[in-house]
Design a binder for this molecule. Structure first.
Ligand code: HEC
Length: 143
């Protein structure tokens, strides 16, 4: 058969058979699907919701990375600080970073610089940037 030939014309018998078999197969699948449609759609809905809820809880590392760019001039590349008086953020627990940022933002922890920097951050910004710096693993070595 040449490319572009109509298969219907090239082998009509075969294609009629194929249609017939496809029809036979389709009937039980259809009956099965009627009874399982509800279950399947319930499961699908469940999976969909589970997917939604985990993704809405999970921090957005990409967005966190963007916010983190403005932190690195003081806290160092990837949050590894070499500036006296400025702590490293890399590898600190996410919950600790987030709680400290909320305290800076809400004026419960006092630092002139960090109070100003944390002020405009939303809860999502804080969660994302905390997850970003927390993702790094720190290796301890004796000097
Ligand atoms: C201009 C410099 C500067 C910038 C920019 C900056 N920080 Fe800070 N940050 C500091 C200093 C200084 C401290 C120490 C504050 C203190 O002594 O209480 C600090 C402390 C912190 C702490 C507390 C850490 C700990 O171990 O308790 C967190 C969390 C933090 N910064 C997050 C951030 C984030 C996130 C950004 C970017 C959105 C950022 N900082 C940008 C200077 C900066």
């Amino acid at each position: 058969m040449m490319p572009g030939d109509d298969p219907e014309v090239a082998c009509p018998e075969q294609s009629r058979q194929a249609t017939f078999f496809a029809g036979i197969v389709r009937v039980p699948i259809y009956l099965l699907s009627l009874s399982t449609m509800k279950t399947v759609s319930l499961i699908a809905a469940g999976l969909f919701c589970a997917g939604l809820s985990t993704s809405s809880l999970a921090a957005d590392l990409k967005a966190g990375g963007k916010t983190a760019q403005s932190c690195m001039m003081c806290h160092g590349d990837n949050g590894l600080s070499s500036m006296p008086g400025t702590p490293s953020l890399a590898g600190q627990p996410e919950t600790y970073l987030a709680s400290q940022l909320r305290q800076f933002r809400d004026g419960k922890r006092h630092n002139e610089v960090m109070n100003v920097i944390a002020k405009p951050l939303s809860d999502a910004d804080i969660d994302n940037v905390s997850a970003y710096f927390a993702q790094f693993e720190i290796d301890l070595k004796r000097r």
